[in-house]
Design a protein around this ligand. Structure first.
Ligand code: ATP
Length: 327
């Protein structure tokens, strides 16, 4: 993986009157990375996305897309961006080819490169067979592919996808996720989603925003490490007594889950797994399940976002000033 930084966000803030929707966030995305952007409702995701795509100006801070500042060089910066909003901007009455031709022209692709650009986007998104079909007659999954094709038609450095799998069936979801992973070979991808398993299966970095602030920015590998816990779940057909389990070296505490199942809190440095397996065989406990327990991304997400449910910081004295104020 080449380590070019394709997106650089520096000290970005956006205030709506007294509401600090985004507060001093900084991060980078490198070529080849798929960044999962998570947060509860009202956390500041859409505001950040709108600023990244040049649709909203920040109150402070900078956005650099492949070396171009989105405020100082908006045309050059936007040429490096592909965006699939939550509702794909497709025209149902056009064929796939007609629509992509329209998008390619909007993106100012030179005439002699139009055909190649469209064919390549269709091929990468698995749309070649549907080129002559009306978009309105395609399934939702295929319409989503068309939305992704328009986002990559000009080969942007950065692709931003807002909840790209919402409303799709499980097969379509798998296909779109694999397409997103494939996109990361040539682009940086930012994926906004509420679906936590999607982040684990598709992204290599995860970022959580809460009340306008970045509260987590980790690689999926590091996060997987954090998810390991010090608990084992074991089950026996002929279970021993709790004391027998507690006496095994490395077992700190035993909780009985039901007649056959136990949760063991263990010392990670003195993992008792091998001893348990051997003792079970020696003493006919009939071990039939042994699984290390893991914290889920959902648990981590809940732990760092649910401490206070008021999503954004508000300066109380300024509330009246903002009444009726929007952008
Ligand atoms: P969701 O997941 O619900 O879309 P989000 O994380 O995208 O939420 P934002 O839409 O960025 O959150 O909103 C962040 C905060 O800014 C919220 O408190 C929201 O009410 C507020 N906000 C967003 N847009 C405006 C606006 N135009 N005027 C005033 N406040 C706004």
């Amino acid at each position: 993986m080449n380590n070019d930084v394709l997106i650089r966000i520096e000290h970005l803030s956006r205030h709506y009157g007294p509401i600090r929707a985004v507060e001093n966030i900084s991060f980078e995305v490198k070529r080849g990375e798929v960044l999962g952007f998570l947060g509860p409702n009202g956390a500041g995701k859409s505001t950040t996305m709108q600023i990244l795509t040049g649709n909203l100006s920040p109150s402070a801070g900078r956005v650099i897309i492949n070396g171009y500042d989105i405020l100082d060089q908006p045309r050059l910066a936007k040429a490096e961006l592909g965006y699939l909003p939550e509702t794909p901007p497709i025209y149902r009455e056009l064929t796939v080819y007609e629509y992509l031709l329209y998008c390619a022209r909007l993106n100012k692709i030179p005439k002699n490169q139009l055909r190649n650009a469209i064919n390549s986007a269709m091929e990468r998104c698995g749309l070649t067979e549907t080129r002559k079909r009306l978009i309105g007659n395609l399934s939702k999954g295929y319409q989503q592919r068309v939305g992704i094709a328009q986002a990559i038609i000009h080969s942007p450095a950065v692709v931003i996808l807002d909840e790209p799998t919402v409303g799709l069936d499980p097969i379509q979801i798998r296909e779109i996720r694999s397409l997103i992973r494939e996109l990361s070979n040539n682009h940086s991808v930012i994926l906004s989603t509420h679906i936590l398993p999607e982040v684990q299966s598709t992204c290599n970095r995860v970022q959580i925003i809460n009340k306008g602030k970045l509260v987590l920015n980790e690689s999926i590998d590091d996060l997987n490490q954090q998810m390991q816990s010090d608990n084992l779940l074991i089950a026996f057909r002929h279970p021993p007594g709790i004391q027998a389990l507690e006496s095994i070296g490395g077992v700190v505490r035993v909780n009985k889950v039901d007649n056959e199942r136990f949760e063991l809190h263990i010392e990670p440095a003195n993992d008792p797994t091998d001893k348990i397996v051997k003792m079970s065989a020696d003493q006919n406990w009939h071990l039939y399940e042994l699984s290390p327990q893991r914290r889920s991304l959902e648990e981590i997400f809940m732990a760092i976002t649910s401490s206070e449910h008021q999503h954004v910081d508000v300066e109380p004295q300024a509330l009246s000033v903002a009444a009726g104020e929007s952008n």
